[in-house]
Design a protein around this ligand. Structure first.
Ligand SMILES: Cc1cc2nc3c(=O)[nH]c(=O)nc-3n(C[C@H](O)[C@H](O)[C@H](O)COP(=O)(O)OP(=O)(O)OC[C@H]3O[C@@H](n4cnc5c(N)ncnc54)[C@H](O)[C@@H]3O)c2cc1C
Length: 387
């Protein structure tokens, strides 16, 4: 194998596998380097499922990117003859004046998205597996659903390799540097050269991009599965993906898939991880208490018995929007980081944006709001000095 490539991608998780695919499709000689397997359960892209939705409460500017990501997931499914996106709909229950319900309505109105308000009667008839709190709003987004997270990463890697990309697994990048010849990337015992570098390090991004490190906060998130009767809580019984924005926290979950349990977890909460290599993967009683209480109160279709768990990590940016940009000092280095617990659904379009940045230095896609320099002063100041 030659050690010289057109582009090297460091980190082949969600964003890295998508970047490998996008760059390989455009005819570049691509090398992806991943410290674990692809997929793996060490980073942020494991645990069977991820929610995909368009009525984006986080900001309406994400919606055009979501339109493209929906198209790209379909193309990936077609190219691989794979079934990755399950369009089961999303039931959202929440405080009517909260940021989530008002944000969903704002994005839906701005982009004419298909969502509807669920009446009490419809809720009782159709969503009897859930309890609606007194005075809560309920919205249903029929084109939302879930992605099979490990299969998505595996499929994007396989398609990238089919397009000629080389992906090296179980190799940790220890350093990278730039000189007049281009990029030099080193692992424990190899050196690779390329014209361009794309960094997609997930929870390790701060190590690979020291200037961004002060702006990234890694959080421990435990995914829990609860015993349930699949006949009452699977897709065939009409159970959608669901999310509850409550005064006590933000919870979400999925229908039962293949087994007699269903994944339900808390999105809110802040348990900081000082080193992604030493994430605590054990289950503690503090990990279950709040979610068990939520399930007991609001999820009639599941029991409060935890069957299994999986620890995962969010990499938060200060404003919870992604960082997708070129390095401020090196024009041939681009990166995607800080996906703040909501990035997976975007992976294919982020891969295309990274390919645009790597090849053209800019993107025509409406992603300018994700550049570091486009943020408010406190976010820009949270980043360190480029080195
Ligand atoms: C519990 C949980 C629930 C979530 N729910 C949703 C959801 O419902 N919907 C949604 O859209 N998003 C969701 N997200 C967020 C989404 O999963 C993440 O934003 C996304 O997976 C991050 O992708 P990534 O490529 O940045 O990180 P990863 O997929 O973790 O990839 C980073 C990769 O880089 C590798 N790497 C790092 N450093 C090096 C190095 N030095 N050398 C070689 N390799 C290296 C790592 O091993 C890793 O494989 C959730 C996240 C979690 C944790």
């Amino acid at each position: 194998m030659s050690n010289t490539f057109d582009a090297i991608i460091v980190g082949v998780g969600a964003m890295g596998s998508a970047a490998c695919l996008a760059l390989a499709k455009r005819g570049l000689r691509v090398l992806g380097i991943e410290q674990f397997s692809t997929p793996n359960d060490r980073g942020s892209s494991h645990g069977a499922t991820r929610i995909i939705r368009k009525a984006y409460f986080e900001h309406p500017d994400y919606v055009p990117l979501l339109h493209e990501t929906y198209d790209l997931w379909r193309q990936i499914e077609n190219a691989a003859a794979a079934d990755l996106f399950h369009r089961v709909g999303l039931l959202l229950v929440g405080v009517p004046t909260g940021d989530v319900i008002t944000g969903v309505l704002r994005s839906a109105a701005a982009h004419q998205l298909d969502i509807h308000s669920v009446s009490e009667r419809e809720f009782d008839q159709r969503f009897g597996m859930f309890h609606r709190p007194e005075g809560a709003a309920a919205l249903f987004e029929p084109n939302a659903g879930y992605l099979l997270v490990e299969e998505c990463v595996q499929t994007m890697c396989a398609l990238a390799e089919r397009q000629g990309a080389t992906i090296l697994r179980h190799r940790r990048v220890t350093d990278w540097s730039i000189d007049s010849h281009g990029v030099r990337v080193t692992t424990d015992n190899e050196t690779f050269l390329a014209d361009r570098l794309v960094i997609c390090g997930g929870a390790w991004a701060g190590r690979l991009l020291t200037y961004l490190a002060p702006a990234l906060e890694v959080r421990r998130k435990v995914q829990l599965w609860f015993a349930c009767d699949p006949d009452r809580f699977d897709v065939a019984s009409g159970t959608p993906v669901f999310a509850y924005d409550l005064p006590e926290g933000f919870y979400y979950g999925f229908p039962s898939i293949e087994r007699d349990d269903a994944k339900i977890a808390e999105h809110s909460g802040r348990e900081i991880v000082s080193d992604a290599d030493t994430l605590d993967r054990e289950l503690h009683s503090a990990d279950t208490q709040r979610v068990v209480a939520f399930v007991g109160r609001f999820v009639r279709g599941a029991t409060t018995r935890v069957t299994r768990h999986s620890a995962c990590m969010y990499t938060m940016s200060p404003d919870q929007h992604f960082f997708v940009d070129r390095h401020p000092r090196y024009e041939n280095v681009s990166f995607a980081a800080g996906f703040s617990g909501h990035g997976f659904k975007f992976a294919p379009v982020i891969g295309e944006i990274l390919a645009d940045l790597a090849i053209n230095g800019a993107t025509h896609r409406p992603a300018g709001f994700l550049r570091v320099g486009a943020r408010t002063t406190p976010v820009v100041l949270a980043c360190g000095r480029p080195s």
